[in-house]
Write a protein that binds this ligand. Structure first.
Ligand SMILES: NC(=O)C1=CN([C@@H]2O[C@H](COP(=O)(O)OP(=O)(O)OC[C@H]3O[C@@H](n4cnc5c(N)ncnc54)[C@H](OP(=O)(O)O)[C@@H]3O)[C@@H](O)[C@H]2O)[C@@H](O)CC1
Ligand SMILES: Nc1ncnc2c1ncn2[C@@H]1O[C@H](COP(=O)(O)OP(=O)(O)O)[C@@H](O)[C@H]1O
Ligand SMILES: [K+]
Length: 504
């Protein structure tokens, strides 16, 4: 799925109108109907109670007028309010005319803002993708009024005051919605933690936006859903053998953190790798052989940390980092690995921190390596970010400069590519915010890479399957009860869902 800018969203609108030969007011009717249907599926008129709809002067306000008409006809107790303006969009005017008798548009005024009883349903249709500057004056006062009411606010397309695709001044007035129901595609703003307080839970409703436009639009932002992954994970060959599916090497663990190595090991084994060898310090030997008999242990001579790099020729991918710790000897192992390997790498956790400690090492990173930092690890590598948007810029620059794939982990993990694309993941849940979840991801990615999948497919599939495993696991454990080990049990089903079936 594409993520379009505000300007592109308007173009998509026009493309749809032209392609289908419909009027813009018909598209507005379709969009608003999708919103109304979404609401009707969740609230009866009685459950909604007082319903107040606030409309701006543009097409977002036009949507609000259609929604007001439809909810009124569905038996909701509706009041509809409009911001005064010099000009209104044509489709706003048309829909003002279409308001039924008994539902008048009331004009908002600074000294007479309508009272909003606690628990009321508020539909925010003030501004959408046409917002051109931060709100001020009456519009800002209305937003403040909505935010202070203890109402259930549902935003149409965007929470009013929020830009769809760029940051805004710190104290801009923005509606704090409980739900945002957006048309067809998510906006970039929805995917960034700094906007969660405004967007609430977001949902998309289909309105039949031109597929052709979506496919051909310029831009490098994607939202990763199952459709985008179709065809990327081949089915296992009937006569495949363990040699077919690669031999992975994991370099992981230190005293007190053998668990991290074990989580990565279990995840790697559950992700279809043919063979797995694990390098841990000697202290990990018994643990690993007991807990993961399927993996081969290649223990280091040192007891507590990894001090020597094993021979690399057998391996088709190497994962390094989980639970590693930053012993000087281990740093030398990482440096030697970066100098010697011709094999694809997955770099995580303390291996990333060691890269930061010695920036020269970053220059040695083999092309197409996959790095998996969380935001703190990323900023140690790429410098501090002013905000979530700036962090994405840094991500793009970092991936282009170092010709690597970087998985910036979070609620909507963002994959940066060497060619400047950003892919936002759609799976996962807050239950995964628990120690060891990232180690599991490293295991998955190392396994997929070892099976000779290209780096882009590895990263997209791995991140999506990791989150999906979290979603499947949480059905059994709940979010709070989810621990990283639970994820490993559901990697198989998550990958199975993504596997391309044989064509008939
Ligand atoms: N694309 C789709 O899929 C579909 C989109 N649809 C809907 O259209 C919406 C976009 O509509 P839109 O382009 O008319 O813009 P909208 O958000 O109503 O605001 C524009 C108005 O606000 C004004 N204005 C702006 N900033 C302001 C400020 N700070 N303070 C004060 N005024 C300000 C601006 O005036 P100006 O900037 O010229 O001064 C103009 O009058 C979209 O979000 C969706 O709901 C559906 O109907 C159909 C399918
Ligand atoms: N709220 C959330 N929603 C979805 N995924 C999440 C959320 N919080 C964390 N995750 C995922 O869990 C993993 C945590 O990784 P990381 O911070 O490296 O943990 P650790 O170092 O303990 O293994 C990441 O893949 C991240 O995307
Ligand atoms: K809105």
């Amino acid at each position: 799925m594409r993520i379009l800018s505000a300007a592109q969203t308007r173009q998509a609108d026009q493309a749809t109108i032209q392609e289908e030969g419909i009027s813009s007011v018909a598209l507005m009717e379709r969009a608003a109907t999708a919103f109304t249907q979404w609401l009707l599926a969740r609230l009866s008129p009685t459950e909604a109670g007082d319903t107040l709809i606030f409309c701006g002067p543009g097409n977002n306000g036009g949507d609000g007028l259609v929604i007001a008409r439809q909810l009124h006809l569905a038996g909701f107790v509706v009041q509809v309010f409009g911001l005064p303006a010099d000009t209104y969009s044509a489709d706003f005017e048309t829909n003002r005319q279409r308001l039924p008798a008994g539902l008048a548009l009331q004009t908002l005024a600074l000294d007479a803002l309508p009272p909003i009883a606690p628990g009321s349903l508020v539909v925010d249709a003030l501004f959408g993708t046409g917002l051109s500057r931060p709100l001020a004056g009456l519009a800002a006062a209305v937003v403040e009024h909505l935010n202070q009411a203890r109402a259930r606010i549902v935003a149409v397309d965007m929470p009013s005051g929020l830009f769809a695709d760029m940051p805004q001044p710190a104290d801009s007035p923005i509606v704090r919605a409980r739900h945002t129901v957006s048309f067809e595609l998510p906006k970039l703003a929805f995917l960034l933690p700094q906007n969660a307080q405004y967007v609430g839970q977001w949902h998309t409703v289909p309105i039949g936006l031109s597929r052709q436009f979506q496919a051909q639009a310029e831009g490098k932002l994607y939202f990763v859903d199952a459709t985008l992954l179709a065809g990327r994970l081949p089915k296992r060959a009937q006569f495949g053998h363990k040699g077919t599916y690669g031999h992975a090497l994991l370099l992981a663990g230190s005293r007190g953190k053998i668990g991290a190595a074990l989580l990565a090991t279990q995840a790697c084994l559950r992700s279809g790798v043919g063979l797995l060898t694990v390098r841990t310090p000697a202290v990990g030997y018994d643990i690993l052989q007991t807990a993961a008999p399927e993996a081969m242990a290649l223990t280091d001579p040192a007891s507590d940390f990894i001090s020597e790099l094993p021979e690399l020729s057998p391996y088709s991918a190497i994962g390094i980092g989980p639970g590693l710790d930053k012993a000087d000897e281990t740093k030398l192992v990482l440096e030697q690995l970066l100098r010697e390997t011709k094999v694809p790498l997955v770099v995580d956790a303390d291996a990333l921190n060691m890269l930061r400690a010695n920036p020269g090492l970053l220059q040695l990173l083999p092309p197409d390596s996959i790095l998996t930092p969380h935001p703190k690890e990323f900023e140690r590598l790429a410098g501090p970010a002013r905000d979530d948007y700036h962090r994405l810029e840094l991500l793009r620059e970092f991936c282009q400069q170092h010709r690597c794939y970087t998985v910036l982990k979070g609620a909507h993990t963002c994959l940066g590519t060497p060619t400047g694309e950003l892919y936002f993941n759609s799976t996962g849940n807050p239950g995964m915010a628990t120690g060891g979840s990232g180690d599991v991801l490293t295991g998955i990615l190392t396994a997929l890479r070892a099976q000779h999948l290209p780096p882009l497919d590895t990263a997209l599939l791995g991140v999506y399957a990791h989150g999906r495993a979290g979603d499947l696991a949480a059905r059994h454990t709940g979010e709070a009860g989810l621990i990283a080990g639970d994820l490993t049990r559901f990697i198989g089903p998550a990958l199975q869902e993504l596997t391309t079936p044989d064509a008939f």
